[in-house]
Ligand binder design. Sequence first.
Ligand code: ADP
Ligand code: ASP
Ligand code: MG
Length: 439
Amino acid sequence: MVIMKFGGTSVGKPERMHQVSQLITRKEDTTIVVLSALSGTTNALVEISTALAFPDKHIAVEKIDALEKQYRAFIIDLLKDENIRAKANEIITEHFEFLKITQKISLSDALVKDILAQGELMSTKLFSLYLEQEKIDHVLLPALEFMQLDANDEPDFGVIQEKLKLVLAQYPTQKLFITQGYICRNSRAEVDNLKRGGSDYTASLIAAVLNASVCEIWTDIDGMHNNDPRVVDKTIAIEQLSFDEAAELAYFGAKILHPTCIWPAQQENIPVKLLNTMQPTAVGTVIKKEAGSVGVKAVAAKDNIIAIKIKSTRMLLAYGFLRQIFEVFEKYKTPIDMITTSEVAVSVTIDNDSHLNEIVTELNNIASVEVEKNQTIVSIVGNEIAKTDEVLSKLFQAINEIPVTMVNYGGSAHNISLLIPSAHKVKTLQLINKGLFNL
Ligand code: ADP
Ligand code: ASP
Ligand code: MG
């Protein structure tokens, strides 16, 4: 069993879909193909939902019409067979009728999730029609029948495994399956999603529950690079990463992977390959148990971080103070990314500000609190990085001019994290590229 996931740009143009059909039919193993929405569609659906919430129905209708035009044009180049193109037009009509009806009903969180699901539903149906035209035998599996969240809105591994196996058992001789990334159902049986970029997570979950031999993530770049190619000029692809290294990079901002998509593959020890749809023969990156080498591998940056500085002289020679602080974050289900402590102060960072006011109010009962927004975590990742010769001196020499506000070192064997004001991110990544990677 092989899982192949294709991202938005890999299916965003008719000729790319043609290319994907060639890549997926080269495999001898049974293959499950996970598709994202066409590039730009989920962003457009987010904009439509925002306009409906505002509410500015006029803008929402304009955006729905523009998106519909894009899909009508897309199928002209995708499909040559008149009958199949007619079917594609019907599918587009059906989904856009749904989008148009949304202005007439009251907007709820559940309806927004339904709106966001339209992208993956359409991309898979249109791709399936293209395969039908090309006489490529396959089955379209509805992800909403097996991708399940639990009551904490986390993927329910056991239920996904059970449901997916039942669905697949209906097609014992079938070799090729297509399904939607990103979308799922929650514990209330509503349509939900795995958060932005979630198709990677879908692929890794499917690979894990079916114990696949490999999970291939096909995208628009030849693997995980040592630095963010959107920000830094000279970056290079990394051949091999351990699960731990890849998970840290994904979590700390390397956009090529969804932040939490590594754990399912890691749990079942399934290699993940990052490959380039536009350059299929490039080696790409393999992510597996072994790191392949030690030392600095890559740097990533995570924006929209909030730093909270908690100070109390009562902490001096006291115990139980940290527990009191952590309990506040636990109460509001807000994870902490970085933490540093001194005798009278604790600084933490969070990226979820939904309960910031409540957290600050409660912390104010036990200490004085300062909040700093617009911060960025820069994470330098590599196997046994903490033991690497001169890594700290090289790093701090390189970024001498940057006002670093927090440092985490030693918490993980694979990661050194710095907190900086976001305005300094680009410069910091560029300086690290020179100072640590000699690029
Ligand atoms: P897809 O639509 O295929 O899921 P994404 O846009 O989510 O693709 O991820 C691929 C993009 O991630 C690349 O085009 C690149 O700009 C960006 N990216 C950010 N950091 C890295 C990195 N360290 N290595 C590779 N790509 C990265
Ligand atoms: N289409 C979704 C998004 O744009 C999921 C994905 O592409 O992975 O976030
Ligand atoms: Mg992505």
